[in-house]
Design a protein around this ligand. Structure first.
Ligand SMILES: Cc1cc2nc3c(=O)[nH]c(=O)nc-3n(C[C@H](O)[C@H](O)[C@H](O)COP(=O)(O)OP(=O)(O)OC[C@H]3O[C@@H](n4cnc5c(N)ncnc54)[C@H](O)[C@@H]3O)c2cc1C
Length: 372
């Protein structure tokens, strides 16, 4: 059985591991800390790009394919592990300044379910909401998932399916010989493999340096979140405005996100971030000001210039692939990204056209950002 090594045990690495296992690989995930504790844990779990019409078609293609996979994946996770990742389909209300004619044209072209709402309809759907000025849409099919539960369940499922996890094992580089990747070098020695996939999120670029091809420009972008211990029923659907969003959980918890900060690899949750999110949340839904803040945290998104991840073979080394750079959409796009990566590694024809996700310096072949 061919052996695949995955560097990085976030959502992207763990799902890629499962997909490779399903294609007949013996798979080991090599994780610096504990699996699933970085951006994938920190994320809000909205299973849609924010203002999807603003993203390139390449991102929406991954999101669309993944959205079809999420209900089955969530059910498999719940059934086989007993951990419910709380896949919820309450829909998302989007309030923004975008031209409604352009948004309407995008909605029509993509075949997405979306209904324009007036202010009265918005406040009837979310009692207590103080919507800012702007145009409102209801996207009724948008779901959410509860990240920490998702990751706990996925780790259990992957291990149960035979994926090996090597935690607390930092990767220091890709081992190669004769123009081919032969494994990963780690702080405790070399691990050999037939195929190597870099899924190290915001840290991916450094693992790909010095390998005869300029790595994709993946960089950390900090995001902070607040969790309010609100009463169940206060909020039943996601509300997204310019810059901020609220996400309800089944037990009444409301997440408020998120900051977008260039802070290097510093994942500290700051006083100013807390104040910014608290003020935005309380302005949007004033009863939240009375709810205790239960948690405040930060994570490092794997930022990329166009928001398009790189899902591709390395241009110079055989046996090496990357699946990273999902920026703000790494939860929603994870299932299709993992399936695409595994198809490329296994030499199968992928369901999705891989062209838009090619190694960026392979020059001009990535799709230009589409509408919005
Ligand atoms: C505040 C916030 C809110 C978000 N909200 C959403 C949302 O609502 N919807 C959505 O779709 N996306 C959202 N995202 C984005 C999403 O969380 C990320 O795009 C996604 O989690 C990236 O997954 P990943 O597996 O690539 O990265 P990570 O989860 O960061 O995993 C990378 C892993 O690689 C490991 N690693 C790094 N270096 C090494 C090394 N040298 N050796 C071994 N292991 C290493 C890390 O320890 C880590 O476990 C949000 C992100 C943040 C921060």
């Amino acid at each position: 059985m061919p052996h695949a090594l995955i560097a990085g045990g976030g959502l992207i690495g763990l799902l890629t591991a499962r997909e490779l296992r399903a294609r007949g690989f013996d798979v080991t995930v090599v994780e610096r800390g504990a699996c699933g504790r970085e951006a994938s844990w920190a994320g809000g779990g909205i299973l849609s790009p924010l203002h999807p019409w603003r993203f390139p078609d390449a991102v929406n293609a991954l999101a669309g394919h993944s959205q079809a996979l999420w209900p089955g994946l969530a059910e498999t996770l719940r059934e086989r592990t007993g951990i419910d990742p709380e896949y919820r389909t309450g829909g998302m209300i989007v309030i923004d300044d975008d031209d409604p004619a352009e948004v309407g044209a995008w909605v029509e072209r993509q075949g997405v379910a979306a209904t324009p709402l007036d202010r009265g309809q918005v406040t009837a759907m979310v009692p207590g909401l103080q919507p800012p000025a702007g145009h409102s849409w209801l996207l009724p099919d948008i779901a959410s998932i509860r990240n920490p539960r998702l990751l706990r369940a996925l780790i259990a499922l992957a291990v149960g399916e035979g994926v090996t996890l090597r935690e607390r094992t930092p990767v220091t580089g890709v081992a190669h010989a004769g123009g081919r990747a032969v494994g990963l070098d780690t702080t405790v020695g070399r691990i050999e493999a037939d195929a190597v996939v870099i899924c190290a999120g915001a840290w991916s670029k450094s693992l790909l340096s010095g390998l005869d091809a300029e790595p994709p420009g993946i960089r950390p972008v900090r995001g902070q979140m607040l969790a309010f211990a609100a009463s169940p029923g206060l909020l039943e659907r996601i509300v997204l405005t310019e810059g901020y969003y609220l996400i309800p959980r089944a037990d009444g918890t409301v997440l408020a996100g998120s900051t977008v900060e260039d802070a290097g690899f510093d994942s500290t949750a700051t006083h100013s971030g807390r104040a910014e999110l608290f003020d935005a949340a309380a302005r949007l839904l004033p009863p939240l000001a009375e709810a205790p803040v239960r948690a405040h945290w930060a994570g490092l998104r794997p930022g990329s210039d166009d928001g398009i991840p790189t899902i591709a073979p390395h241009p110079a080394l055989a046996g090496l692939w990357i699946n990273a750079g999902h920026f703000r959409n790494g939860i929603v796009t994870a299932p299709a990204s993992a399936a695409l990566t595994a198809d490329l590694v296994a030499g199968r024809t992928p369901a999705l056209d891989p062209t838009p996700y090619l190694w960026p310096p392979a020059a001009g072949v990535r799709a230009t950002p589409g509408s919005g």
